[in-house]
Design a binder for this molecule. Structure first.
Ligand SMILES: [Zn+2]
Length: 200
């Protein structure tokens, strides 16, 4: 029986959800029962589905992004061999949430996809707290889409998520969670990740 904790981390547009769905499908094809969980914070596409940017989809169980949200569906999660959790950064960090995931991954295979950093380039606490426990971490990178004055795209591997407000870099003080797609976010390399301080 598969068990343990696997993590898939990276910025937006690095293919985290695609990778998560790919791995879950592989286990489903091998005859394992698979369940996918997503936080209610992420309402970008269909409510009860996880849809990757390139259109792959899978039914998902929507839970409140905190310990009690997972605890409520605990029985159902333990009824499956493999549990996938998408957008894990939206879960509220508490020690009992981490313990829940660790207990679950003692008996089941848990695969978590999460943003590495927020738009400010700072870690998400819940991701920081769970990451060291993973047996396997897959770090994905996107492609930097910064365009310079000569209209050339950077094209370096991107590890950061750039938030844009009306096409300009969002200031440090803008809210941490703002669900959006290509109109509000771009993948950027370190050099081109820009977070203006509000007083500038
Ligand atoms: Zn760049």
């Amino acid at each position: 029986m598969a068990s343990g904790l696997r993590m898939i981390v990276g910025p937006m547009f690095s293919g985290k959800t695609t990778e998560l769905l790919r791995v879950l499908r592989k286990y489903a094809i091998a005859g394992y029962s698979v369940v996918l969980v997503k936080p209610s914070t992420d309402a970008r596409y269909a409510v009860n589905k996880v849809v990757s940017h390139d259109g792959l989809e899978m039914d998902a169980l929507v839970v409140e992004p905190r310990f009690t949200g997972l605890a409520k569906v605990s029985k159902l999660l333990y009824e499956h061999n493999v549990v996938g959790i998408d957008e894990f950064q939206f879960f509220e960090y508490t020690p009992d949430l981490i313990k829940f995931i660790l207990d679950l991954s003692n008996e089941r295979l848990v695969i978590i996809a999460a943003l590495n950093l927020d738009f400010r380039g700072e870690p998400w606490e819940v991701v920081k707290e769970i990451l060291p426990y993973a047996e396997d971490v897959k770090v994905l990178r996107a492609v930097c889409t910064y365009i310079d004055e000569q209209r050339r795209k950077c094209g370096r591997p991107a590890s950061r998520t750039q938030r844009l407000l009306d096409g300009r870099p969002a200031p440090y003080g803008s809210p941490r969670v703002m669900v959006g797609g290509r109109e509000s976010y771009e993948a950027r390399c370190r050099k081109h990740h820009i977070v203006p301080r509000d007083w500038e």
